[in-house]
Write a protein that binds this ligand. Sequence first.
Ligand code: GLY
Length: 558
Amino acid sequence: MGTYPNACVAADHHLASEAGAEILRQGGNAVDAAVATSFALSVVRPYSCGLGGGGFMVIHLKQHPRLGEVTTAINYRETGPGAVKPDSFEQDPDPDAATHGGKAVCVPGTVAGLLYALEKYGTMNRAAVLAPAIRLAEAGFHADQHYIDSTHLDDLVIPWFRKDPVRPRRFAFMWTRYLKGGEVAAGDRIHVPEQAEALRLIARHGRDGFYKGPVARSMVDAVQRDGGFLTLDDLAGYAVREVEPLRASFRGSTILTMPPPSSGGIVLAQVFGMLEAREADLRAYQREGGPHGANAIHLVTEASKHAFADRARWMGDPAFVDVPLGRLLDPAYLRAKAAMIDPARTLPHEAYGAASWSKDDAGTSHFCVVDAHGGAVSCTETVNLIFGSMLVAEPFGFVLNDEMDDFLTRRGKANAFGLSHADRNRPQPGKRPLSSMTPTMVLDAGEAGRFGEVRMLAGGAGGPRIISGTLQAILNVQVWGMNAGEALAAPRFHHQWEPDRLDLEPALSGSPVKAALERVGHAVGARKAIGNVQIVVRHGERWQAASDPRKGGRPDGY
Ligand code: GLY
């Protein structure tokens, strides 16, 4: 954790925080710094997010020089390519078609989204905000422990490559440059100066430097050679969507978060609504048991199960399907759900909702920025799973997403996170897959319908565990009174309704709390890390910024 009097950035890599803070020191606003942080992350967290991915950005500026107060959200989630069909994956003999290789790649939105945000809400020019990322790409960086752990996770990266001798040839750039033939070790220099050339083209030509010309052709070639859908028309047609943030409230604060196709914002708002309806219980647990007592964990878990069940059934891209936001966020509905929560037991599985789904994900990155003028950005970006599709746009060296797997690609089959979805989340051209990314702000209640001051920013990585991590970081500060560093170091728990399992981090699963949770009916599992969260918290006249110790980032500011 760092404490700063003026402005700061909390990203999940110290070089990205430093890139954003450099822009803040030059007088840039939160959007300028966010854009610089994101482009830097593309270089130093290539397995989490980057040019070939997508994301969501929630912006709140107190005093933009031209626009005054700005409160908005930018949706630059990847879209289904023009040739994809709802059933494109049903008969595919390759069980990994939606996660590895060309067919997994959706139309990237990050560059369009960042440039849109910069042009409309930033104050600096492209060359200035891209300069730190270009320097990092030219210099390279050293793989940290999180990089190494991510490449050995489950069956996704190096273990997956070793299973089939064709794979190192099929994904040769990934295998040789990012994974060093499967021998990458902590401290190794990862040097992909080719990405600097793509970044320079973006600095020079803007959106056209990426969505047209040699960079566009490199993406299409990589994807089509590997049997995927992406075309030059898909790239040229990519459209950013600007939307109103989803608004909710909790204990007198205003919450601004991401609407669909994020599921995270709705789930967060639902859980806050249910917890407000159980305020008496929450206060009792504040006096007795605390945040890691079985009672508090049970209450938050049960509320989360109700919300995750609604996620599975109702959520998708609102440009294609009707997401009944009004009903899902209706206070009466949330009070009724809250009333169902029994402190003494869990409910039968079906009592929570009507559809289904788990797996750890480092393939996402969240950062928070506050500027010296009270402006803020909360931004989450992803290439989906670690190193996305494993395809790299050559010769430019950036990773292409595998966001296709966030759609329901095979009926009756869960995706890589163990998440099942309803038909409303089938792939379609132009459609955005349902996401768990939850970039969030907590503001003081403002007067006369106006927004108050920023109190806290939060968001994370980790697939569905993004939502639990973000929720618990906010509760740790707002309810349990922790500082920013304590709020992230605290152990976490996660339940996503399906599978019916309450995962505890080690500090909880080795404690008497586990037995108490089993007694009220939870099937308890263990997980080393639940999400990777970054937060900024207002503390008097200063900002506390913290990067999750689980990913090893470090904030910066002044
Ligand atoms: N790709 C992870 C998410 O958007 O939920």
